[in-house]
Design a protein around this ligand. Structure first.
Ligand code: ATP
Length: 641
């Protein structure tokens, strides 16, 4: 029950589908009644009708015998009654006994009525089967419907949360594992929420009705009481259910982790098909994947071992208890009726089935909780870069003045060395700044803070005098155009890939932006022009072509702040000089931050900021820095900008 409580907060997901869910539960109740009560009852009715010796007495004789039996006094013994029956009806004592059994003992109907009773009784069985089958089908279908809807919501919730998390979360978490949480774990949680709650209605109902029928049969004929002894197995079954459930919980968590590892190895390999071939890593990759798969299989076998051992164990316990009960019943020479014993065994079977299923539900719950834990790690992950509820909107283009006020930053835990240390600088609108410095000096981190991919751990960054943390995130990022070194394209048309920087742009505006980025020529040479699909992450285009598309995006958005991460590095020299001319026109009036690795890029800058170990140690133009900064001189001479 405690396990089930973990899922309670998610039951709200069923609210929009309450009617199908209630329908499914109603069908579960009907299924439970038909299985637990209907089957044993019908069998009890059928056996005497089908197998009893032929009833040789007429309906009239039956009625006469019924009247005599009903007039008998409680003090009259059975022997006296049978003798009276024989003398009053002119029968032998043996026939009187037979007639008594048929009349009082509810055996075969009188010969005049036999055919219609036989038909009616025999038809009860298909009726019970039909009821059970229809209720079972509707129950399964409606539960599947609710399940699909719940899965959709759980997945959307997890995916939605992943969109809100900051960039650092994805650098700390493995991608395959996230994929496996999104696909596999969400599905297991769906199973728990919907199927377990359904079984928790269906199985107890089946048990309750079968058990009540057992009690009824035992009360009608006390000889049957011995079979109730068989129910002693029910509490014994709780022990393996609990033990196996505990073992399974641990194994299930391991299994889910291994599933994530397999997905990670596969997705990393598929995403780096070129590198694998270039570095001849095929065999290494095969071994890595084989290792992950075999660990996964070991975990899976452990789960299967515990999961599947429960049912045979319960069968063993119940089998042993039933055998003991039959042994003692035979020893005591109880006067048992065949039809009742068959009905009792059927009801017993219907009692044990739910116990077995409740055991497997317990296992399913444990697996579900392992998955829920993994999903909740995402759902409860803190949103580090948060938007304030009263965040300031920026509906107009900003002026673009950026002020770093004593900004320090470190990735991860407090013990890490700061990557940026007490940076104080102002970047004026209309000016282009080149960021140079040795590798690891903090240039990309500086830009990440402007985009608010991370927040400073100390100090603040102001845009036109407003702290970035006070601005609406979406509006802030809309003020910035980013042209990365290796742009990522989505598997869509070239037109849509350019459009994503301004979704309301017309086709005409997109063509103009492509023109300015010198992309139109190659686009029109593609078989479908702007409608060409670029492939997964833009693999069908060259590095230079992807960069031109990224530049076209920046032209289309035309934002007040522009970030160029060596934006023209992948272009050939002819395209580069033409694009640089266009970049210059794009840069006009904007605050431009360029990570520059080549002198050609530096020429576009008004001022150069020299980064060294997380600080801006010098700033100025090329000529001034060649005089004042020994680091800049060194970088320039070695061309390691
Ligand atoms: P390069 O010119 O080589 O791109 P850079 O000057 O842009 O280098 P940054 O990428 O800002 O340098 O990195 C600065 C420091 O921060 C480096 O020591 C780097 O190892 C560290 N760093 C960068 N990204 C992360 C991260 N996600 N988690 C932890 N440390 C990081």
């Amino acid at each position: 029950m405690n396990s089930l409580k973990r899922f309670f907060p998610y039951y709200g997901l069923l609210a929009p589908y309450k009617w199908p869910f209630i329908g499914a539960l109603l069908c579960a109740v009907i299924y439970g009644v038909a299985s637990g009560l209907g089957f044993p009852m019908v069998v009890k009715e059928n056996i005497p009708i089908i197998f009893a010796t032929e009833n040789i007495f007429s309906l009239e004789q039956h009625n006469q015998a019924g009247a005599i039996v009903s007039q008998s006094s409680p003090e009259e013994s059975l022997q006296d009654l049978l003798e009276r029956l024989a003398s009053e009806m002119g029968l032998s004592l043996k026939d009187a006994g037979l007639l008594y059994d048929h009349t009082v003992g509810d055996l075969k109907p009188p010969k005049d009525d036999a055919d219609s009773v036989l038909l009616r009784t025999v038809l009860l069985l298909p009726l019970a089967i039909l009821l059970r089958a229809v209720a079972g089908f509707l129950n399964t279908y409606l539960i599947a419907y609710c399940g699909v809807k719940v899965l959709e919501q759980v997945r959307n919730r997890v995916f939605g949360k992943l969109q809100e998390l900051h960039i650092g979360y994805f650098q700390d978490t493995n991608r395959g594992d996230l994929l496996s949480r999104l696909m596999v774990d969400c599905n297991l949680v769906r199973q728990c929420i919907v199927e377990v709650s359904n079984s928790l209605i269906k199985e107890p109902f089946t048990f309750l009705f079968a058990f009540s029928y057992l009690v009824y049969l035992s009360l009608v004929h006390r000889e049957n009481l011995f079979l109730l002894f068989c129910l002693a197995a029910v509490p014994i079954c709780v022990l393996p259910i609990r033990y196996i459930g505990k073992q399974l919980a641990r194994r299930a968590k391991q299994l889910q982790k291994q599933t994530g590892n397999v997905t990670e190895v596969a997705s990393e390999n598929l995403g780096a098909a070129r590198e694998v071939r270039a570095f001849s890593l095929e065999e290494v990759e095969k071994k890595k994947f084989g290792g992950a798969v075999s660990k996964f299989l070991v975990s899976q076998l452990k789960v299967v071992k515990y999961d599947k051992s429960l049912s045979p164990l319960i069968e063993l316990i119940t089998g042993m208890v039933i055998t003991a009960a039959i042994y003692f019943a035979a020893r005591a020479q109880l006067n048992l009726r065949v039809e009742e014993v068959v009905a009792l065994f059927l009801a017993l079977h219907m009692c044990y089935e739910p116990i077995k299923k409740l055991g497997s539900i317990n296992n399913q719950l444990k697996k579900g909780i392992a998955s829920l834990d993994r999903i909740e790690e995402i759902l409860h992950a803190p949103i580090v870069v948060e938007e304030k509820p009263d965040a300031i909107p920026l509906n107009e283009p900003a002026e673009g003045r950026l002020h770093f006020e004593n900004v320090s930053f470190r990735y991860g835990v407090d013990t890490d060395q700061p990557v940026l240390k007490a940076i104080d600088c102002v970047l004026e609108p209309g000016k282009a700044y080149a960021l140079v410095g040795p590798s690891g000096a903090g240039k990309s981190t500086f830009i990440n803070l402007v985009m608010r991919f991370y927040d400073p751990v100390e100090g603040r960054i102001l845009l036109d005098g407003i702290d970035l943390r006070d601005l609406r995130l979406r509006d802030l990022r809309h003020q910035i155009g980013l042209v990365p070194q290796d742009p990522v394209l989505f598997n869509d048309t070239i037109m849509e890939n350019i459009r994503l920087s301004r979704p309301d742009a017309s086709a005409e505006e997109i063509c103009q932006a492509a023109d300015k980025a010198h992309a139109r020529g190659f686009i029109e040479n593609e078989p479908d022009g702007f409608e060409t699909i670029v492939g997964d992450r833009g693999t069908r285009l060259s590095g230079g072509q992807k960069q031109r598309i990224a530049i076209a995006r920046a032209f289309l958005r035309n934002p007040p702040i522009l970030i160029l991460d060596e934006a023209s590095s992948a272009l050939d020299s002819e395209s580069e000089s033409r694009v640089q001319a266009e970049l210059q026109s794009l840069m006009e009036g904007k605050t431009v931050l360029m990570i520059a690795h080549r002198f050609a890029t530096l020429k576009l800058a008004d001022e150069i900021l020299v980064f060294e170990q997380g600080r801006i140690t010098d700033r100025g133009d090329h000529a001034a820095l060649m005089q004042s900064s020994s680091l800049y001189q060194k970088l320039y001479e070695k061309q390691e900008l």
